[in-house]
Design a protein around this ligand. Structure first.
Ligand SMILES: [Zn+2]
Length: 438
C-alpha cells in the first residue's frame, strides 16, 4: 500500500514558506487563547507587555517569556490547563526527581494529534503495517509506551505491548512472534542484546528484528554501531518530552543526521542557556519548544534543558521540517570537572568505541578538596583480555588515553568484571553522585 507514505508526504514535504506561514498562524492563535483564557500565562504575557496582536512574524516569538519546569510545578496539578476540565481525557504525570511531579493533560484532539505524530515518526523510520512491533517502554504515567503504541496502531502495525522489564520474556516474545521492530530505551536495548547472546541465541539468525525505535535518553553514534553489530540493522533515534506530549516530537529519517522536528506542531529555538539569547542555526545551546497545535496544555517557549542545535538545511530525504541534532544531554547533566565541561554522553561515546569493553559503565562523581572529580567504572567484555595484570593495565591505559583525546581531561578508569554493574530496564542511571559523602 503506497498510500501510507503519500498520506504523510503532503505535510512533511510542504514548502518552507507555507510551513512558516502555518506556524505563524498557529502561534498567534495559541498566544491568543492563552492570553484570554489562562490566568497564569495571561498574567505573564501582560507583565512582559506582549499582546497577541504583537505577534506578526515568527521572530516576534522572542518577545514572549520562557516557560520552565518551575511554571509547571507552581501550577501543580491543573493550573496550566487551558480548556474546560470536561474536555480533558487523559493525564500523564512525570515523576520529579526533585519537588512536585508535573502533570500534563490531553484532550481527545491532543491524543489524536499525538498518535499522528508518532505514526509519522515510525513511518519515517520505515515501519509498515506488516511489521510486528514490541513496545518495551514503560506503559502508565510515563508517556513512552502509550505514545509509540498509538503511532504504531495508527499505522496498522501489530503491537506487542510488553512494557519494560522481564527481559527473558521479552526475548521469548521477540523470537516466537517474529518481532521486526523493537521500541525501548537504548540502554535497555543494549541489555536485551547482551541477554540474547547469554541465552545462546544469535540475534541476526534467530530473530527477525529490523528497526529499533530508541529514545527517552541521549545516546551516541558509537552506541548505534554497537546496536547494529549486536541487535538489529536500523536503530533510529526518537525524541520527545512529556511536557510537550511525550515521544513523537522529533525523529530521525533514513539519512540519520539529525531529527526532524514536526514544525506544524512545534516551533524549535536554540538559546544560550545563560543569557536567554536566541542562537543561529548550527550553534549549540538549549532547545526551547513552543507547542502550536495543542488544546489542553499549550506551552510557550518551554525550556527543555536539552542541549542540541538546529539545522535548517534541506534534508536529502525531501522533508522540509527542520532538524535538531541528536541530544547531547541535559544542561543539568553537564559536569564541570577541573574547568572542563563534560556530558556523560561524551564518555559513553568513547567507551562504546572500544572493542574490549562491555556496554555497562558508571560515572562516579566525588569531591577532591573544593573541586569535583570523576572516575569511570566500566565492564570488560567476557574473554576480551587475558587476566594477566599487564594486559589489564594496558587496556586501562588505552581507555584513559581515549577519554583524554576526546575530552582533554585525565579521568581514572576502573575496569570491572562482566556482569558486575547494575543493568537498567528503562532509563539508565549512569552517574553515581558521591559528592555529598566525601
Ligand atoms: Zn530527512
Amino acid at each position: 500500500m503506497e498510500s501510507q507514505t503519500s498520506f504523510y508526504s503532503d505535510i512533511e514535504r510542504i514548502n518552507r514558506k507555507e510551513l512558516e506561514d502555518l506556524q505563524l498562524k498557529k502561534l498567534r492563535s495559541t498566544v491568543e487563547s492563552l492570553y484570554d483564557k489562562n490566568p497564569y500565562f495571561g498574567r505573564k504575557l501582560r507583565q512582559a507587555q506582549v499582546k497577541p496582536s504583537d505577534i506578526n512574524k515568527l521572530e516576534d516569538l522572542s518577545k514572549i517569556p520562557f516557560t520552565t519546569k518551575d511554571d509547571l510545578r507552581i501550577n501543580y496539578p491543573t493550573g496550566l490547563i487551558n480548556v474546560e476540565m470536561d474536555k480533558v481525557v487523559r493525564f500523564h504525570v512525570s515523576s520529579g526527581t526533585t519537588g512536585d511531579p508535573t502533570v500534563v493533560a490531553y484532550t481527545k484532539y491532543d491524543i489524536d494529534k499525538w498518535s499522528e505524530l508518532n505514526a509519522r515518526c515510525l513511518n519515517m523510520m520505515g515501519v509498515k503495517k506488516e511489521d510486528v512491533i514490541q513496545i518495551a517502554y514503560g506503559y502508565g504515567l510515563f508517556t513512552g509506551g502509550l505514545g509509540i503504541h498509538y503511532g504504531a496502531e495508527r499505522l496498522g502495525a501489530a503491537i506487542i505491548p510488553s512494557s519494560a522489564g522481564n527481559t527473558k520474556r521479552q526475548i521469548k516474545l521477540m523470537k516466537d512472534m517474529g518481532v521486526t521492530v523493537l521500541a525501548c530505551t537504548p540502554s535497555y536495548a543494549l541489555y536485551i542484546a547482551e541477554t540474547i547472546i547469554q541465552e545462546g541465541l544469535n540475534p541476526k539468525k534467530d530473530l527477525k528484528l529490523r528497526i529499533g525505535v530508541f529514545g527517552a535518553e541521549p545516546w551516541s553514534e558509537s552506541v548505534r554501531k554497537r546496536l547494529m553489530d549486536n541487535l538489529l540493522p536500523e536503530p533510529y533515534d526518537i525524541y520527545g518530552l512529556s511536557e510537550l506530549c511525550g515521544p513523537g516530537v522529533a525523529a530521525e529519517c533514513h539519512i540519520k543526521d539529525g531529527l526532524h522536528i514536526w514544525a506544524d506542531h512545534f516551533i524549535a529555538e536554540i538559546i544560550d542557556p545563560k543569557t536567554g539569547e536566541v542562537l543561529g542555526p548550527d550553534e549549540e545551546g538549549e532547545l526551547v519548544v513552543t507547542t502550536i497545535d495543542k488544546e489542553a496544555m499549550p506551552l510557550l517557549r518551554y525550556r527543555t534543558r536539552d542541549v542540541s542545535c538546529l539545522n535548517l538545511e534541506p534534508c536529502p530525504c525531501g522533508r522540509t521540517h527542520p532538524k535538531i541534532s541528536r541530544i547531547k544531554g541535559r544542561n543539568d547533566d553537564m559536569l564541570k570537572i577541573r574547568g572542563v565541561n563534560v556530558f556523560p554522553s561524551q564518555i559513553e561515546y568513547v567507551l562504546a568505541r572500544i572493542e574490549e569493553l562491555g556496554d555497562q559503565y558508571q560515572i562516579i562523581l566525588t569531591k577532591s578538596g573544593p573541586l569535583d572529580d570523576l572516575k569511570v567504572k566500566v565492564e570488560v567484555k567476557p574473554n576480551a583480555v587475558s587476566d594477566k595484570p599487564w594486559d589489564i593495565i594496558q587496556l586501562k591505559k588505552k581507555v584513559e588515553n581515549e577519554i583524554y583525546s576526546v575530552l582533554n581531561l585525565h579521568v581514572e578508569v576502573d575496569l570491572v568484571e562482566p556482569g558486575s554493574l547494575p543493568r537498567s530496564e528503562g532509563k539508565a542511571k549512569r552517574v553515581l553522585d558521591l559528592r555529598g559523602l566525601s
